[in-house]
Design a protein around this ligand. Sequence first.
Ligand SMILES: *Cc1c(COP(=O)(O)O)cnc(C)c1O
Length: 367
Amino acid sequence: MIKFLDLKKINQLHSQEISEAIRRVISSGQYILGGEVLDFEKEYADYIGTTFAVGCANGLDAIYLILRAYIELGRLAPGDEVIVPANTYIATINAVIQAGLKPVPVEPDATTLQISPDEIRKSITPQTKALLIVHLYGRCAFSQELADICNEHNLLLIEDNAQAHGCRFGAKRTGSLGNAAAHSFYPGKNLGALGDAGAVTTDDAELAQTVRTLANYGSPEKYIFDYIGRNSRLDEMQAAILSVKLRYLDKENKRRTEIADIYNRGICNPEITLPSPSPEEQNVYHIYPILTPKRNRLQEYLYANGVQTLIHYPVPPHRQKALPQWHTLSLPVTEFIHNSELSLPISPVLTPCEAEYIVKLINEWHS
Ligand SMILES: *Cc1c(COP(=O)(O)O)cnc(C)c1O
């Protein structure tokens, strides 16, 4: 069986260095907020191209902490509207609601699958105070047009970079394009820890400090509490492992691009729509999404032939039990994507030979 994502194989590539990192942490005697976290924060900020990176417990918290910090700093107020893509992973929306703000879902463009600038313009109200973009599937969602919209309407631009570590826009990386960015290092992401981990990147010193404080019980110094904060710290073990894996991120993203190239050039089945072309380097292929009206049948066929695929995502947020206030919304593009998307295996350990086999299977398929 060709697995959708073989995490064991991915981490075994680095098992020696990871083991050394873990041993170093064990013998340091310091397991929370020590030198490993500071080192990783510096390396990650350098990599993304921001002045600051602040570690935290996971990607959901990273988004939440940014929004909470803006509230504490008076840049956002409870009840403000935050525009989000309608076709995102639920964490993006949860974080906005948990911070006491109002997420406003906006339809994607049907070809790029990224939030549509035209639809954003239609959704802006006097209460809109921030735009939270998601570089979904590893593809850059940012454009000069989005920056212009934010300038015109005085909106904060926040990036959810959970799926796009290493992706570029021109000379800059995603995670450095707006006011602040949230990153998840969940094991399955392009930069994955061996457990939960996350970070916030920004050039704003005040924001970085507030995020750091909020993530540590609202405590700017020991036993002093400025806010009702959370415990959302990145631990030393995950930070040490992430420092190892960060060194291989560009190389591993390049392998993903090579696999995507094989799919892009090889798949020619009229029943299947491939991801629309994206400017080079603006896609790190966290996911390789194809669209087909007979998605479930294709998934069964591939599975019967030894290929595991996933659906990102089977049920859109506005159809979830958790969001009853969204059940009456009409979001046809989002529904179309959720009904026809299928994610092919893609990872730094998938071989070109396996990708060619998947191409052959797909080209032989008729619904
Ligand atoms: C994974 C993911 C998150 C959440 O990250 P966790 O570390 O699992 O909390 C947020 N947004 C998007 C788009 C994601 O894919």
